[in-house]
Design a protein around this ligand. Sequence first.
Ligand code: DON
Length: 321
Amino acid sequence: MTAKATTPITVDRIADAVSAAHAGHRQNRRGKNASYIPALATVDPQLFGVCVATVDGQTFSAGDSTSEFALESISKVFTAALAMEQVGPREFRRKVGADPTGAAFNSVLALELHNDKPMSPLVNAGAMTAASLVSAIDAEDRWRQILQIQSDFAGHPISVSEQITASERATNFHNRAIAWLLLCGGYMYCDPMEACDIYTQQCSTLVTTVDLAIMGATLANGGINPITDKRVIAHANVSHVLAEMAMEGLYTGSGDWAYTVGLPAKSGVGGGLVAVSPGKLAIAAYSPPLDEAGNSVRAQAAITQIAHTLGLGLFNTERRD
Ligand code: DON
């Protein structure tokens, strides 16, 4: 029996897949903007951008791919990467974890069930632990490093929205409670309100769908930004970051995502979603309306379609019949 050759991923196929995914899901009106952060509730729900960035630095976009939106929980990936670089992957897994919680992204119950261990850097608790693990002389230094790593992943300076930061700061009481619980449980490594505030700010930075695709492509490219050629994180840490994304990147939707798409990915309540095909490319999409788990409806649909069209799922095997 001979294996059937996989169809090569050409630039034409990528460009067609991006256009088709945008056209195919533009009319989808399901989902609702996040409303618990007032600044997100008023964003135009029609916005919809799609972009693929390859490991050789090419980008293919459709729709509102240059509209800025709040990075939100996708920021957790980059803060996790930074903390992992500084404390090493073993210590990071011991202090934060690499398992799904099976609960909502801001669950207190998940902490209770796991002896106060956050389990994943991609839920709010673990993201605040990760922020607290960044080695810093003060809050300003911690924030500077976190903004710098987001910028290095994107390949240009990333800015923060003061309006979204203010809106989040005015409503982040639940996260403040989680930060104090982490201190009680021994999983908080700086002042808990500093970690919570830094986490709040890191969620409020602005990116475009193109930025997000390049951030993902930096992971796909083994930690080197394909536009700037700068090494952003150690090659050895990339697989750990991608494993975290595979386990918890879409919260309670992570298992279904693995089953149907099979790519490590991360969502944010701003409407962004990025999926990584290691060694090949990243697919990013943005659309504010979310499903029950807090993941963008249209972004999931568009990325799923592109991943299927290009045959990118990590669990795919070649057909032999
Ligand atoms: O902690 C929060 O509530 C937000 N700043 C971010 C949460 C988030 O993006 C969850 N993602 N889907």
